[in-house]
Design a protein around this ligand. Structure first.
Ligand SMILES: NC(=O)c1ccc[n+]([C@@H]2O[C@H](COP(=O)([O-])OP(=O)(O)OC[C@H]3O[C@@H](n4cnc5c(N)ncnc54)[C@H](O)[C@@H]3O)[C@@H](O)[C@H]2O)c1
Ligand SMILES: O=C(O)[C@@H]1CCCCN1
Length: 284
């Protein structure tokens, strides 16, 4: 049985945020109601480059999908992307592998789409200021996903290298800052998409009632968020099990996980009103 290859160009031609955001909302709801089998991923450390290989299987009887994403994260990559992924799909009745597809575009877009679902749930109708900490692939995908839902009047960008922040700001008609604190001060929505293993966002900088999408720090000994912010915000996750095993921001701060996004979507958990909310995204 020949494997069919689906390229990133083919995926880019059909995948839009208008389509993907509601799809991810459905996927989060199905994950949290138990109709998807998706164990915590296996991580194979590649310590010489401070990277890892992630093996991410899932099965949905409802969707008729049996798949595994293989993703590498080599944060020190310079001439190639830091994240590289492929996805294998198997026939759920026979187990025969049928599709092999690019996983880069899907990882880039689905991650931002899930953050957009969280922002839509918690941010009210009209957030005015967006702050993005980081200027890489996820910074750009989060800009596109969030601006497909909201018309921000101001977009602030910080990155550890100011020239990179300025480059992204120029692309998106935003404002670059050389201080993360100044970038987030007036923000209603904050996105942290860095490869930092130590906090880049502090509690005292965040406007009460803001929503934070914390997308980086995917290892139990990595943090992107100030523990004081983790323990004062209302914390949401994509997967409670994964967060408690993989998220240094949750584990090292001792923060309580209030709910999975899917539990809010399924009306199993209420939305907080007026409080600072934080979605700790680990991905899938
Ligand atoms: N939650 C998810 O589903 C998911 C999916 C993909 C990527 N990620 C994570 O999101 C983060 C960003 O991913 P990306 O694809 O944009 O990566 P990228 O390599 O394209 O960008 C990384 C950004 O982080 C910055 N950075 C690197 N080291 C830093 C440090 N020590 N302090 C501050 N900034 C630093 C870089 O300058 C760059 O702007 C990574 O941590 C990645 O693992 C999460
Ligand atoms: O779910 C993913 O695809 C990413 C891989 C890199 C680490 C964070 N999660």
């Amino acid at each position: 049985m020949a494997l069919t290859w689906i390229s990133r160009e083919e995926i880019k031609n059909v995948l839009t945020y208008e389509r993907l955001i509601p799809e991810m909302e459905t996927a989060l709801a199905q994950f949290s109601n138990g109709s998807v089998v998706q164990p915590v991923r296996t991580i194979v450390p590649v310590s010489k480059v401070n990277g890892f290989l992630g093996v991410m299987p899932a099965y949905s009887q409802e969707q008729g999908a049996l798949a595994t994403k293989l993703v590498t994260f080599f944060p020190n990559n310079k001439d190639v992307p830091t994240h590289n992924a492929i996805i294998v799909m198997f026939n759920p009745d026979s187990g025969v592998p049928e599709l092999l597809m690019d996983g880069d575009v899907i990882t880039t877009m689905r991650t931002a789409a899930v953050s957009a679902v969280a922002t839509k749930l918690f941010c009210g109708d009209d957030p005015q200021v967006l702050a993005i900490l980081g200027s890489g692939v996820q910074a750009r995908s989060h800009f596109h996903a969030l601006t497909s839902l909201f018309s921000f009047k101001k977009i602030n960008v910080w990155s550890k290298t100011l020239s990179n922040a300025q480059k992204l700001a120029d692309e998106i008609n935003g404002t670059a800052y050389d201080s993360a604190e100044m970038a987030v001060r007036d923000a209603d929505v904050i996105v942290t998409v860095t490869s930092s293993s130590v906090p880049v966002l502090k509690k005292d900088w965040v406007k009460p009632g803001a929503h934070i999408n914390a997308v980086g720090a995917c290892r139990p000994d990595w943090q992107e968020i100030d523990p004081a912010l983790m323990t004062s915000a209302v914390v949401f996750v994509d997967s409670r099990t994964a967060a408690c095993q993989e998220s240094g921001d949750v584990i090292l701060s001792g923060a309580e996980v209030y709910a999975e996004l899917g539990e809010v979507i399924n009306n199993v958990k209420d939305k907080p009103k007026g409080e600072t909310t934080l979605f700790k995204s680990l991905g899938r």
